[in-house]
Design a protein around this ligand. Structure first.
Ligand code: SF4
Ligand code: SF4
Length: 110
């Protein structure tokens, strides 16, 4: 036990090694960061290529109802849908998806 005293003493007077995210020390995203998804429904033709390739079933296309539903809580931000979309209707920005207390889906319509 006494051999821990120098470490305890040092830690008492040094800065914490963790960051106070999201309140302070927010880092700029690195290049190629995969952040929030955006669907441009003016370009989308509901072909459902994105939904078929999504590994976590985060996108559901309903051609009859003409809707595309996106579940950000199921999404693993792999960007497969962004690369697969033939109309370039899906883009990703460089912001973190915000935390939420209620799980919800986004419904997009052309
Ligand atoms: S980023 Fe990946 S997991 Fe998220 S919706 Fe697109 S394909 Fe699905
Ligand atoms: S977002 Fe792209 S891949 Fe998905 S349904 Fe629309 S056009 Fe097809």
């Amino acid at each position: 036990m006494p051999w821990m005293l120098p470490t305890i003493w040092k830690n008492l007077f040094s800065r914490p090694v963790t960051r106070r995210y999201p309140f302070k020390d927010i880092r700029e995203p690195f290049s190629g960061y995969r952040g929030k998804l955006h669907f441009d429904m003016e370009k989308c033709n509901l072909c459902s290529a994105c939904a078929q390739l999504c590994p976590s079933n985060a996108i559901v296309v309903d051609k009859e109802a003409k809707t595309l539903k996106y579940n950000p809580f199921a999404c693993i931000y792999c960007a497969t849908c962004v690369e697969a979309c033939p109309r370039k209707a899906i883009t990703m920005d460089t912001h973190y998806s915000p935390p939420a207390t209620v799980k919800s889906e986004e419904t997009c319509r052309p």
